[in-house]
Design a protein around this ligand. Structure first.
Ligand code: NAD
Length: 500
C-alpha cells in the first residue's frame, strides 16, 4: 500500500515488525516554526526524527518543518513528499532486527526553482523561528585555507547582484533576503542552525553570512545580522547511508509500506547544540538532545567525535579498501582490524582527549565498535574514503601533532596516514584499480608518484600538513616504515605488526 495519511492505520495492523506512525495533528493550526534547507537522508533521519518525537510524545505544535530544496535534483524529493502527504519512513536497523517509524514532522516542502519568492516569504513569515541547514560542505562556499567566503564563485556573485535580490540561488542569498525582509518588517530574526558535519558549523555560517551581507553593502542590515541573529554550533551524529533500491523492497515486504524514498539508519543518534537561539527553541532536551551552555562544550564533544569516530572511519576506510573490503562491517569483522581500531582508540587517541563531565570515553568507544560492526547498515567504504585530503588533516593528523608534543605513542596513527598516502595511487593490494574521489586528486597522485616509498613528497603539501608534522623525526620515521611495509607486503600482512 502506498504511504499516505489514509493508509497509516492499515500499516500498523499488518506490519510484521515494530512500527510507529504519527498520531498527532498535522497541518491546520500547527505552526511551521522550522524551515529546513537540504532535505536529504541525514536531515530526515536526525533533526526531523527528533522533532517527530517531540510532536508525538510531548505535543509540540509550533515547530513543524517546511522543507526547502535549492538544487535542481530536489524536484524528486518535492514530488515524492507531495504524493505521500509529506510522510516518509525511517528504518532503524541493527543486528537485532529492524524497526520502522513513519515521520510526520515535515509538513510542507518548497522547491526553490518553482518559486524563489515563496521560499523567501516562508522564511520571513512570523511563524518561522529557525532556519536550519544540511547543505553539505559545498553549500557554505567556505575556503578552508583563508577561512573566507568564496565570493568570486559565480553562484555567490549572482546572489550579490541586487538585481537578483528576489531570485537568490544559494543558501546565503535566501537567508539574506529573508532576514532583510524581517528587519524591514520589524520582526525578530530567526535562528540559523547548521547541522552539517563541520567543526564550528555555526561560527562558519555566521562568518560567511556576515561577509555576504557586508558585500551587499547595507551596513545597517549587516550589523543587525551580526548582533541579533543566533548561529548555534552543533555536533551531529547518526550514520545514514544513501537509500538503496533494496531498502524500498525490504520496507514493502516487512511493513507493507510503499515509500518511494525511505531512509535507513542505525539506532544510535546524538546531537549536541549550543544554547543560542534568536527567538526561542523547541524543548530539545526532552528527547535526548544535549543542549550545552557554550561553544567550548560543543567543541569538546566534537573533538571526541572527530578523533574517535571519524578517525576510526579513516582507519577502517583507507586500509580496508586497500585490503579489498567493500563495507565497514566487513573490515571490522576481521580480527586484526577489530584489534587495531580498539588499540588505536585506547592507546593513542583517548589519552589526548579532554574529559567531559558525564561522558565515559570507554563506553563511547565500545558503542562505536558496535556501530561499526552493525551488519545491516551496509555502509560503503568509498563513502567513508571520499575526499581524504579534507579528512586525514582533520581526523588523524591533529592526534599525531598532539602526540608529537606529548611524546606519546603514534605508531598506529602513522600507519593510518601511510595507508592513505598509499591509497591515493588508486590501486589496491590485489592490483585492482579504483577512481580516487578527491578534489586534490591530481596533486596527490603526482606527489605520491614523485615520492614513491618516501612519504616526504606528500607530507610537503603545505595546504594540508604543518611544519610540526614535517619536521618531527620520530613521526617521519614511523610514517616511512609503515609506507614501506604497506607497499611491500600489503595491508593484511602489515597490520599484525601494529598490534600488541
Ligand atoms: P544527501 O545527499 O542525502 O542530501 C544532501 C542535501 O543537500 C540535498 O537536499 C541537496 O540538495 C542539498 N545540497 C547539496 N549541495 C547544496 C548546495 N550547494 N546548496 C544547497 N543545498 C545543497 O546527503 P545527506 O546524507 O543528507 O548528508 C548531508 C549532510 O549532512 C552531509 O554533508 C553532512 O554535513 C551531514 N551529515 C551526514 C551524515 C550521514 O551519515 N549521512 C552524518 C552526519 C552529518
Amino acid at each position: 500500500l502506498k504511504l499516505n495519511v489514509a493508509n497509516l492505520q492499515r500499516f500498523v495492523k499488518t506490519a510484521a515488525a515494530p512500527l510507529t506512525v504519527p498520531t498527532y495533528p498535522r497541518g491546520g493550526s500547527v505552526k511551521q516554526g522550522i524551515v529546513h534547507i537540504g532535505v536529504g537522508g541525514f536531515h530526515r533521519a536526525h533533526f526531523a526524527y527528533y522533532m517527530n518525537q517531540l510532536m508525538e510524545k510531548h505535543g509540540l505544535a509550533d515547530y513543524a518543518i517546511c522543507g526547502v530544496g535549492l538544487q535542481p535534483w530536489d524536484s524528486k524529493m518535492r514530488d515524492i513528499l507531495h504524493s505521500q502527504d509529506y510522510l516518509y519512513t525511517v528504518v532503524e536497523r541493527s543486528a537485532k532486527g529492524s524497526e520502522a517509524h513513519v515521520m510526520g514532522s515535515i509538513q510542507n516542502f518548497l522547491f526553490a526553482p518553482d518559486d524563489r519568492e515563496a521560499v523567501v516569504a516562508k522564511m520571513a513569515h512570523p511563524d518561522t523561528r529557525i532556519v536550519s541547514l544540511t547543505i553539505t560542505e559545498s553549500g557554505y562556499f567556505y575556503n578552508e585555507h583563508t577561512h573566507e567566503l568564496q565570493s568570486d564563485d559565480p553562484a555567490i556573485q549572482h546572489d550579490l547582484d541586487p538585481a537578483n535580490a528576489k531570485a537568490p540561488t544559494t543558501a546565503f542569498g535566501f537567508l539574506y533576503a529573508a532576514l532583510a525582509r524581517r528587519h524591514a518588517a520589524g520582526l525578530k530574526p530567526f535562528t540559523v542552525l547548521s547541522c552539517d558535519n563541520m567543526q564550528g558549523n555555526g561560527s562558519i555560517t555566521r562568518s560567511m553570512l556576515k561577509t555576504f551581507a557586508n558585500l551587499r553593502g547595507d551596513t545597517n542590515l549587516a550589523t543587525w545580522i551580526a548582533e541579533k541573529v543566533a548561529f548555534p554550533n552543533s555536533m551531529v551524529d547518526r550514520i545514514t547511508p544513501q537509500t538503496a533500491p533494496a531498502d524500498m523492497v525490504a520496507l514493502a515486504e516487512t511493513f507493507g509500506i510503499e515509500d518511494a524514498w525511505p531512509v535507513v539508519t542505525e539506532p544510535f543518534m546524538q546531537w549536541v547544540i549550543e544554547d543560542q537561539f534568536s527567538d526561542g527553541r523547541p524543548p530539545f532536551e526532552k528527547v535526548g538532545v544535549q543542549v550545552v551552555a557554550n561553544v567550548h562544550e560543543v567543541e569538546q564533544f566534537e573533538k571526541h567525535k572527530l578523533r574517535l569516530l571519524n578517525g576510526s572511519h579513516s582507519a577502517i576506510g583507507y586500509p580496508g579498501q586497500l585490503a579489498g573490503f567493500s563495507y565497514v562491517h566487513e573490515v571490522m569483522n576481521h580480527p586484526d582490524f577489530d584489534a587495531f581500531i580498539w588499540q588505536m582508540m585506547q592507546k593513542e587517541v583517548k589519552p589526548l582527549l579532554p574529559t567531559i563531565e558525564g561522558v565515559d570515553i570507554d563506553a563511547y568507544c565500545h558503542t562505536l565498535v558496535e556501530r561499526f560492526k552493525n551488519p545491516t547498515i551496509m555502509d560503503q567504504l568509498p563513502r567513508i574514503c571520499l575526499g581524504g585530503s579534507g579528512k586525514i588533516p582533520k581526523f588523524i593528523m591533529p592526534s599525531i601533532a598532539e602526540a608529537i608534543w606529548a611524546t606519546a605513542p603514534l605508531r598506529r596513527l602513522s600507519f593510518v596516514a601511510a595507508a592513505w598516502f598509499h591509497y591515493v595511487n588508486g590501486v589496491d593490494d590485489n592490483g585492482n584499480k579504483y577512481e580516487l574521489d578527491d578534489p586534490m586528486k591530481e596533486e596527490l597522485q603526482q606527489k605520491a608518484t614523485e615520492g614513491g616509498a618516501d612519504p616526504r613528497a606528500l607530507l610537503g603539501i603545505r595546504t594540508l600538513f604543518g611544519d610540526d608534522l614535517r619536521n618531527d623525526e620520530r613521526f617521519v620515521k614511523e610514517l616511512t616504515t609503515a609506507l614501506e611495509l604497506i607497499r611491500k607486503d600489503g595491508i593484511l600482512k602489515t597490520l599484525p605488526k601494529y598490534l600488541d
